[in-house]
Design a protein around this ligand. Structure first.
Ligand SMILES: C[S@@+](CC[C@H](N)C(=O)[O-])C[C@H]1O[C@@H](n2cnc3c(N)ncnc32)[C@H](O)[C@@H]1O
Length: 265
């Protein structure tokens, strides 16, 4: 493993102490399987057996009920209901084991630490990049950071339209990092770094952009307040900082009427 890679792996930290939902979801599935197994064993003396279909329905119902009891967010309940039936369906396809390994590796490379950060990869569009670009301060020599830069689209775009400034992306997941890196390879005013943005010092930037999820926003705002210099700009796409009025809000012309939030530090 290259030195830089191993350093970043060791340094990866997440400032949330809660148990990740994926662990709770796993526990709910194990408990549901346990309940179904005990029920199946208890019915054996009466020579009663479940059909596969009935067993799947029962397991799904148990998993949903336990997940609800464990207070998983509502959209997890659908995943929980479909998880074991989907496993059976894939098992019936009788794929070679290598396909499972390949699929697993691909998911790991793309999503990496999403199970703890709860910030998956989804991409902002050109309209958002233009919105950010239109509202960048006009002075040359700006230093800009995209925290969690995904495939590097925003950094690549801004480095092209603002050649007078410098654009950095910080990305934790290996495959998006490499794609972003290749994309910006020949742009002298762009760089994509592999690592954990919680470990980066935001005082190095005049503008910091984040497109993450609702979960990290309060902690990220605290970090921005602690580290960013007075007069610098913090931008978040889609996710506001709870309880902190933005300096400006721009609505995108899309179906979800998503918003870009700006805070002047
Ligand atoms: C919603 S995507 C946004 C991608 C990109 N900024 C864009 O606008 O298209 C969030 C990205 O943040 C990355 N990420 C999440 N937590 C991170 C962390 N602590 N350090 C670095 N990257 C992180 C994820 O891997 C994911 O690629």
């Amino acid at each position: 493993m290259p030195r830089q890679l191993s350093l970043h792996l060791n340094a990866m930290t997440v400032p949330f102490k809660r148990v990740p939902p994926i662990a709770v979801a796993g526990l709910a599935q194990v408990l549901a399987l346990l309940v179904c197994s005990v029920l199946a064993l208890a019915l054996l003396p009466w020579d009663m057996r479940f059909s596969i279909g009935a067993a799947l329905v029962l397991e799904s119902l148990c998993a949903v009920a336990i997940s609800y009891f464990l207070r998983l967010p509502s959209w997890w309940l659908l995943i929980q209901a479909l998880f074991v039936p989907a496993l059976c369906l894939v098992w019936m396809l009788a794929l070679a084991p290598e396909w499972y390994l390949a699929g697993f590796m691909l998911l790991v490379l793309v999503y990496w630490s999403t199970y703890t950060t709860q910030v998956p990869l989804y991409l902002s569009r050109r309209q958002v990049w233009q919105g950010v670009s239109d509202h960048l301060p006009p002075q040359p020599g700006l230093r800009f950071a995209d925290l969690g830069s995904g495939l590097g689209g925003l950094v690549h775009y801004l480095a092209r339209v603002r050649r007078d400034s410098h654009f950095s992306g910080i990305e934790a997941a290996p495959l998006p990092y490499w794609i972003g890196k290749l994309r910006t390879l020949f742009q002298a005013n762009a760089v994509i770094q592999w690592g954990d943005f919680w470990r980066s010092d935001l005082s190095a930037y005049d503008v910091v952009f984040a497109y993450l999820s609702p979960l990290p926003m309060p902690t990220l705002w605290e970090k921005a307040q602690r580290e960013m210099r007075p007069g610098s700009l913090f931008i978040s796409y889609r996710f506001a900082v709870p309880g902190v009025a933005p300096t400006a809000v721009i609505e995108m012309r899309d179906m979800g009427r998503t918003q870009l939030y700006f805070w002047r530090l």
